[in-house]
Design a protein around this ligand. Sequence first.
Ligand code: ADE
Ligand code: ZN
Length: 378
Amino acid sequence: MYPLNVAAKERVLAPMIQKSAWAPPRPAAVGRLPRRKLAGMSTAHHPAPSLPTAELHLHIEGTLEPELILALAERNGIKLPYPTLAELRAQYEFTDLQSFLNLYYANMAVLVTEDDFADMTRAYLRRAQAAGVRHAEIMMDPQAHVNRGVPLATAINGVASALATSEAEFGISTGLIAAFLRDLSEESALEILEQLLEMKAPIIGIGLDSAEVGNPPQKFVRLFDRARAAGLRLVAHAGEEGPPSYVVDALDLLKVERIDHGIRCLDDAALVARLAAEQMPLTVCPLSNVRLRAVDTITDHPLTAMLDAGLNVSVNSDDPAYFGGYVDDNFGAVSAAFGLDADTMAVLAGNSIRSSFAPDSRKSELLAELAEWRSVQA
Ligand code: ADE
Ligand code: ZN
C-alpha cells in the first residue's frame, strides 16, 4: 500500500535489522549444551554447536518483535494504540490464550506489503539459525490478513519469498502451513483454502489455530476432507486449553498427522495410551504454556511426564516474540527446570526431525547432524 523506495527502505530498516539498534534476541546459552558438560571441555576457540532441531510449531506472525512492530508501523504510516516500545511491551502480560490473541491480531495491522511479510519472515529465520533450527514448518494465518483488507497473494508471496531463499541464506529447509482460525466459520476457511489451491500457493499443509474452547474439531470436518483430497498435510491445535476430547476428535474426525500442543491429553489415560501406541507427534511449547497460564510455572510443565509416558513430544516456540523466547530458549528453560541430560535433549530434537514433513533424505541428513552433536557431548 505504501511501498518504500530502496533508499527509504534502507533508512527505516537498516538500523533496525542490521545495525546495533535492533537485532533479534540472542540465543540462550543453556540451549546449546548441558551446562555440566562444559567443565572439562575446551570451548575457547570452538563455540559449542547448537542442538540441531526442527521447529514444527511456529506462527510466523508470532515472531513479530516489538521493535519490528514499531518500525513497520512507521514505514507504513500506521498509528498504533501503543506508540512507544515501553507502552507496547507493557501489553505483554497474558492471563489466557484469548488475552494473547487480542494483542497478536491487533499487532498484525503493521503487516501491509509483501516486503513487510518477507522482512518478518527473514528476521525469524536469522534468529532461528542462531537457535540451531535446521528445518522449520511455519504456520501463517491467511484469514487474519484477508479480513483486514490485505490481499491473500500479498501475505502468501511475502512469506514465501523469504522461505524460498532460506536454505541458501540460513541453511534452514522450510515448509509453509496455512492455519485456519477456528473461531471463524468453516465456510470462511473453505473459501480461503480454495483460493490458495487456485493460486497454487506453496503450502505443504493446513492447520487449525486461534480460540480453542467452544470451537471443536467437528466444526472443520469438510475443510480437512478438502485439504486431504488436495494432497495437503494435516495438523491442528488441540488440548492447549481445550479438553482431551478435542485431541481425540482431531485424530478421528480431522485425521491429523500431528497435534499442536496436546498437553491436556494427560487428563485422559486412555488417550495417552493411544497417542503413545501410535507415536502421534505432539508439538509442545513450554514457554507458551507458562505465559498463557496453561501451567503455573516451568517446573510444573508436563514435558517430562509426557516423555515418561512414551509420548512423541518435541520442543517448539509457538509465538516466540510474545512468550519470552525462541526454540533454544525453550530448550534452555526445560533443561534448567528438569536438569535434562544430552540424551534427553537429543531425543526431543530427534522426535522433531522424525515428525517433520521433510523428505526422508533431509531427515537422514539432520539425524546424522544430531548424532554428531550427541557424540561431542559424551
Ligand atoms: N495462534 C497463534 N498462537 C496460538 C496459540 N498458542 N494457540 C492458538 N492459536 C494461536
Ligand atoms: Zn500455536
